[in-house]
Design a protein around this ligand. Structure first.
Ligand code: NAP
Length: 282
C-alpha cells in the first residue's frame, strides 16, 4: 500500500505572517514531493492540547514559533542537545508515538554566516551580541560552538544579560546598552538580536566607527531585510549579513526529518522570500 503523503505544520499565535509555509512549500514543489506544510494558529491556552494531539499521528512534525517555543520545550518527551542547550524547541517530530523536539536556530545562524561570510569563525575572538531574549540564546550557543572565547552580551535590561552570562559560563559577560561602543573596539563580530531596527522600531545606538575594518556585522532581524544597522555597516565599508538566511537555514533540518530530503538554500529560494518581504512591506 502506498504511504500517505506526509503532513507538517508551523504553529504560533498569530501565525499569518509566517514565511515558513512559503519556504517548505517551495522545497516540496522543487523536490516533487507529495507532502504538505500548513500554518496552524494555536492560542497559548490551546498549546498543551495541540502538542498532546501530535502523538496520535496526523502530522509527521512541524515548526513552533512565538509564543510557544518554551511551552514546546516542556511538552516534548525527548529533546536533542541543541534544544537542551538553548532551552526552547522550534522543531517537532513524532517518533514511535513520542513527541521529540530540537532547536535549529543556532544551526541556522551559523549556516547563514558560513554561506555568506565564509571564514567568519576561522579565528574566533571577541564578539558583541546585542540582546538577551529568546533568539540571543541560540546565537550565544552558536558562537560558543564555533570557539568564540569572549562573548559580550549587551542588553537594555542588564539582569537578563547577567542571567544568560551566568547560565552559559565564564566566556560570557553582561553589559548595559550604554557600554556597547566601548566593547566594540577589539571585537571582530557584532550581532544584533534585539528587535531594534525592525520596521517601526527605533535604531540601535551603536557607533560602528569603533569596529575593526575587518569586523563582520550581522542582524538577525529580517524585516526590513536591510536594517539601519546593516546599512550603516556597509556605508562604513564593513562586511554585513542580513537575517533572512538564518530563517532559511533553520528550516533545513526540519524538512529533512519530515520529508526525507535535505533541502538546499538557494538564491532562487532567497529571492522568493525576499520578494515576499518587500511585497508585504509595500
Ligand atoms: P525577545 O525574546 O522578545 O527579545 C527581544 C530583545 O530585544 C531583548 O533583548 C530586548 O531587551 C530587546 N529590545 C526590545 N525593544 C528594545 C528597545 N526599545 N531598546 C533596547 N532593546 C530592546 O525576541 P526574540 O525572540 O529574541 O527576537 C528578537 C528579534 O530576532 C525579532 O526581531 C525576531 O523577528 C528576530 N528573529 C529572527 C530570526 C531569524 O531566523 N532571522 C529568528 C528568531 C528571531 P530587554 O531584555 O531589555 O527587553
Amino acid at each position: 500500500m502506498a504511504e500517505a503523503a506526509r503532513k507538517a505544520f508551523v504553529c504560533g499565535h498569530p501565525i499569518a505572517h509566517s514565511r515558513s509555509p512559503k519556504i517548505h512549500g517551495y522545497w516540496l514543489k522543487h523536490y516533487g514531493l507529495a507532502g504538505s506544510y500548513e500554518a496552524v494558529d494555536v492560542a497559548p491556552d490551546e498549546f498543551a492540547d495541540f502538542a498532546a494531539s501530535l502523538r496520535k499521528g496526523g502530522y509527521t512534525g512541524g515548526n513552533v514559533t512565538i509564543p510557544h517555543k518554551e511551552a514546546a520545550f516542556r511538552a516534548v518527551d525527548c529533546r536533542d542537545a541543541a534544544a537542551e542547550e538553548i532551552g526552547a524547541v522550534n522543531t517537532l517530530w513524532v517518533e514511535d508515538a513520542r513527541l521529540c523536539g530540537s532547536n535549529t536556530d543556532a544551526y541556522g545562524f551559523a549556516a547563514n554566516l558560513d554561506d555568506l561570510a565564509p571564514g567568519w569563525s576561522t579565528s574566533p575572538g571577541a564578539a558583541v551580541v546585542l540582546g538577551a531574549g529568546g533568539a540571543a540564546r541560540a546565537v550565544l550557543c552558536a558562537l560558543k560552538q564555533r570557539g568564540f572565547s569572549d562573548i559580550r552580551i549587551v542588553n537594555r535590561t542588564l539582569v537578563r544579560a547577567q542571567a544568560l552570562a551566568l547560565e552559559f559560563g565564564p566566556i560570557f559577560s553582561a553589559h548595559e546598552l550604554d557600554a556597547a561602543n566601548t566593547l566594540l573596539g577589539d571585537a571582530m563580530l557584532l550581532v544584533n538580536t534585539t528587535s531594534l531596527g525592525m520596521h517601526g522600531e527605533a535604531e540601535l545606538p551603536v557607533d560602528l566607527d569603533r569596529l575593526h575594518d575587518h569586523a563582520l556585522v550581522t542582524d538577525i532581524v529580517y524585516v526590513p531585510l536591510e536594517t539601519p544597522l546593516l546599512a550603516a555597516a556597509r556605508k562604513r565599508g564593513l562586511k554585513a549579513v542580513d537575517g533572512l538566511g538564518m530563517l532559511l537555514h533553520q528550516a533545513v533540518p526540519g524538512f529533512e526529518k519530515w520529508f526525507g530530503i535535505r533541502p538546499q538554500v538557494t538564491s532562487s529560494l532567497r529571492d522568493l522570500i525576499a520578494g515576499d518581504l518587500v511585497a508585504k512591506a509595500a
